[in-house]
Design a protein around this ligand. Structure first.
Ligand SMILES: Cc1cc2nc3c(=O)[nH]c(=O)nc-3n(C[C@H](O)[C@H](O)[C@H](O)COP(=O)(O)OP(=O)(O)OC[C@H]3O[C@@H](n4cnc5c(N)ncnc54)[C@H](O)[C@@H]3O)c2cc1C
Length: 340
């Protein structure tokens, strides 16, 4: 079968099968630009939100048995979706339970679904007087996405309070069944914007310097985060609220309000990517609808109508300029996803 016919056959079959499980919640040809904060990216053959571990397991089995590509995502706040979109099914992990288990007078264990948004979580915990995650008040991702890159800000990060993670391990070459597996904090390999969930996915750069996602596995990621446990400390709700507010105020002052995916590059410590890009003379610099922000040079903003190719061209330019000027190789913090 010609490739195009085969692709549309897979798209139709994947939509029919996903609709049979999720009804009208399954959407055909859904623009990924609507599901990521960059506001770029072409259509997913099928888009669906999975709201429980059971739904997730059923979707993974369906995709595996029918050979449909499946990509699991969160809020798309650290993701650069391709202009070509993504073949097969893209599913948002929208498991959103929040439960507190007392540990002692001063501590509680938070059990939280991977799909809970960090700002929502902080808003719920603050009046209850449970501290430890308020650094994330202005980080717009989900708990799952935050664990993948060990998100952090204001001197704190996921690694500081996480106890364990519950995962669904996708079937693979040696196994036909998805398995639930609990991983302790020590097994997560959390480091500066990395973890075991991300370390195997290499971003490559083509001859022009543009980024490409690593080749897609049929089900990706192979380890899907379902739930996490964190250890939180008691504190005065007023103190927690004051800290969260100061972090949000700082962001307002220093970060651009336009669509973006936050910091594009990791900081090559002790240097800052934003300063290097600025000193390379690229603040601001525009390609198509994408611009290196005049407010913070490590942010690429969508000024309206940007494509993923525009963003990728700016990434290539910034990396090349910083390498030529300072001999520093910038590494991506955002992840290209979909069919590049
Ligand atoms: C304005 C702005 C400010 C930001 N500030 C910060 C900041 O201060 N610090 C910081 O660290 N980040 C920051 N970010 C980046 C981003 O919010 C975080 O990295 C966030 O935690 C990503 O979560 P997400 O749900 O959006 O993940 P997505 O972008 O949806 O996904 C990221 C990766 O994780 C994978 N993934 C998602 N969910 C799961 C899951 N349940 N199981 C397995 N894999 C999964 C996806 O496949 C993808 O590869 C910012 C972003 C924006 C837009």
């Amino acid at each position: 079968m010609p490739v195009q016919d085969e692709n549309s056959h897979i798209a139709e079959a994947a939509f029919a099968a996903t609709s049979s499980l999720f009804g009208s919640r399954a959407k055909a040809m859904e623009p990924l630009s609507q599901h990521g904060t960059f506001g770029v990216g072409g259509p997913a053959d099928v888009w669906v939100s999975v709201e429980s571990e059971d739904e997730l397991a059923r979707l993974v089995t369906l995709a595996w048995e029918n050979h449909f590509p499946l990509l699991l995502v969160g809020n798309g706040t650290n993701t650069l979706y391709a202009d070509a979109g993504a073949r097969g099914i893209v599913a948002r992990v929208a498991i959103e339970h929040i439960e507190l288990q007392p540990r002692d007078e001063a501590h509680v264990i938070l059990r939280v679904g991977a799909g809970v948004s960090l700002p929502t979580l902080v808003k719920k915990l603050t009046p209850l007087g449970w501290a430890g995650l308020e650094w994330a008040a202005g980080v717009p991702g989900t708990v799952g996405g935050a664990i993948v890159s060990n998100a952090g800000a204001h001197g704190a990060c996921v690694a500081d309070t996480i106890i364990s993670v519950r995962t669904l391990q996708a079937p693979g070459n040696t196994r036909e069944q998805a398995l639930v597996r609990d991983l302790s904090g020590d097994e997560l390999a959390l480091g500066y914007r990395t973890s075991r969930f991300r370390s195997g996915r290499l971003v490559t750069f083509d001859d022009t310097g543009r980024p490409h996602a690593s080749p897609r596995a049929q089900i990706e990621p192979a380890e899907i985060i379902v739930e996490a446990r964190f250890l939180l400390k008691r504190d005065d709700p007023c103190n927690i609220a004051a800290r969260a507010k100061s972090y949000l105020d700082h962001r307002k002052r220093t970060q651009p309000p336009q669509k973006s995916a936050g910091s594009v590059f990791k900081n090559p410590e002790p240097q800052k990517s934003g300063k290097l890009i600025q000193d390379a003379g690229l603040k601001p610099y525009r390609i198509g609808g994408a611009e290196i922000s005049a407010k913070h040079a490590n942010f690429i903003i969508n000024t309206g109508g940007a494509t993923a190719a525009d963003v990728a061209a700016l990434i290539a330019l910034a990396r090349r300029s910083v390498r030529e000027r300072f001999g520093v190789e910038l590494e991506l913090e955002v992840e290209p996803r979909g069919d590049w």
